[in-house]
Design a protein. Structure first.
Length: 167
């Protein structure tokens, strides 16, 4: 008796196909909800519905690709059963969770730049970086650039916190 889940070339409709379909449906829902936003476009001509449309379209496109793969032999690049049974990296989970919680706690008090730099540096550490000085420098530069892009370039208000020179 064969243990093959796919008899005579017919694709199996299993979990992979259902998850792929779910991504397509979620993407379509995000695009639909984004189209319902009626606020006018800003001075740049970009309205608030642009990003939901981009994100929803991306979700649907990825869902379609994964669906095609699911119906043609399964998702590509999936780990073997032996490597899929690895234990959770609780240190990484803890560092990344701490980073997100600290960001939420500090952004109103310390400001966007400091809170985001700490967020980026801790997440890099959680992903296994062993160069904290480099991570802090990159995090600070990225945080300052993002802060000025949003405050000066897009005219949005982000909390300056201790660094009031940015507002």
């Amino acid at each position: 008796m064969s243990s093959s889940p796919v008899p005579s070339g017919c694709p199996a409709i299993g979990g992979e196909a259902l998850l792929s379909l779910g991504m397509v449906v979620l993407g379509a829902f995000v695009v639909w909800q984004g189209s319902l936003v009626t606020a006018a476009a800003g001075h740049s001509g970009v309205g608030p519905g642009l990003f939901p449309t981009l994100i929803g379209s991306g979700l649907s496109l990825i869902g379609l690709v994964l669906g095609w793969q699911a119906l043609n032999g399964g998702w590509h690049g999936m780990p073997d059963d032996e490597t899929a049974q690895q234990s959770a990296d609780w240190r990484a989970f803890g560092l990344i969770s701490l980073a997100v919680l600290l960001h939420m706690a500090l952004i109103g008090w310390a400001g966007f730049i400091i809170a985001s730099a700490l967020l980026y540096a801790l997440i890099a550490r959680g992903f296994g970086s062993t160069r904290p000085a480099r991570d802090i420098v990159i995090a600070a530069v990225l945080s300052v650039l993002v802060f000025f892009l949003f405050t000066r370039g897009l005219g949005l208000n982000l909390p300056a916190g201790w660094l009031t020179w940015g507002t």
